[in-house]
Write a protein that binds this ligand. Structure first.
Ligand SMILES: O=C(O)CCC(=O)C(=O)O
Length: 303
């Protein structure tokens, strides 16, 4: 019997968890309309996502990439909130002679809108605001800003999850994410994959496995669609939809901005309230830090 090395085994497992071709592509509008049609809004409500090209112009995309680069290289002065997360491969001491720019070792950047006006401008872009108004009503506010870099060769997976498992906002249906491609996002470099309609199934238990995620054996990969986008395209997605991205082993980086918004009627909830929603057998099955005062144990995954 042929021996399979542990990293190769991990690769094989990960491949099984995602689509690796274009046989099921999500619905993507070819341009950004001023007003969404009734069919587009119904698609968001029913399928849990709406994707469209052309939210940003080529110039805006270039501005964002330059701004992100300035933040990562420290040319934009940081504040106490900025957080830059390295790819685990490099954090664990990995070296790759093909990589000569520290920017290509970064996985995520959090909390930059306070220090980078070029990126803050995108979070409240009139075209984006108008789409959000139409999907979750006016009065929404931004609750998180992030850049997801997925660098070449060693860009790590973001396992399947629901974003509301991480947030403390209720009602869950009032949370929407806007994932904006800055590079061509392809199946090969790890574009978003979503499972349409899963937002209607409500909160689903999450476990701390490779990340805080859905149990691999419970993910309905056969229902997944890939959402490739050109630079400037956006995926708007419900905070309840199951989504994830595979590792990027290609030579192309895949930068994206991701903003989350809460509808006007959303409020913060306690850990106990969150535990009532993300629960398995009386144990906490969400991604927030355990509150010892709540006396609720953490759920353990059994496939
Ligand atoms: O861009 C990615 O790779 C995944 C983003 C995502 O799903 C998240 O950070 O919640």
């Amino acid at each position: 019997m042929a021996m399979v090395s542990p990293p190769e085994q991990a690769r094989v497992t990960t491949r099984k968890l995602y689509r690796s071709d274009y046989s099921a592509v999500g619905r993507i509008l070819p341009s950004c309309p001023e007003r969404l049609s009734a069919e587009d809004v119904a698609h968001y409500r029913d399928q849990g996502y709406l994707a469209l090209e052309g939210l940003l112009t080529a110039e805006e995309v270039e501005d964002c990439k330059a701004a992100l680069s300035d933040v990562i290289h420290g040319r934009t002065p940081a504040d106490e909130h900025l957080y830059i997360q390295k790819e685990p491969y490099y954090k664990q001491g990995g070296k790759d002679e093909r990589i000569d720019d520290p920017e290509l070792e970064v996985r995520k950047v959090f909390y930059f809108v306070q220090i980078e006006p070029r990126l803050a401008k995108i979070a409240s872009h009139p075209r984006l605001t108008s789409l959000l108004d139409q999907l979750i009503e006016p009065g929404h506010r931004m609750i998180q800003d992030m850049a997801l870099i997925k660098p070449p060769y060693h860009g790590s997976e973001k396992p399947w999850h629901q974003d509301t498992a991480y947030f403390d906002w209720t009602p869950l249906g009032g949370i929407i994410g806007a994932w904006i491609a800055l590079d061509p996002a392809t199946v090969e470099n790890g574009c978003m994959q979503v499972i349409p309609g899963t937002h209607r199934e409500g909160p689903t238990p999450h476990f701390h496995l490779r990340d805080c995620q859905l149990g691999d054996e419970r993910v309905q990969v056969d229902r997944a669609v890939v959402v490739p986008l050109k630079p400037g395209g956006v995926l708007l997605f419900s905070g309840l939809i199951h989504h994830g991205t595979p590792p990027n082993e290609s030579g192309d980086r895949r930068r994206a901005l991701q903003f989350h918004y809460a509808a006007a009627n959303c409020r913060n909830m306690t850990f106990k309230e969150h535990a009532e929603l993300f629960n398995e057998g009386g144990a906490y099955a969400g991604c927030r830090k355990l509150d010892p005062e709540a006396g609720i144990p953490k759920a353990v995954y059994t496939p």
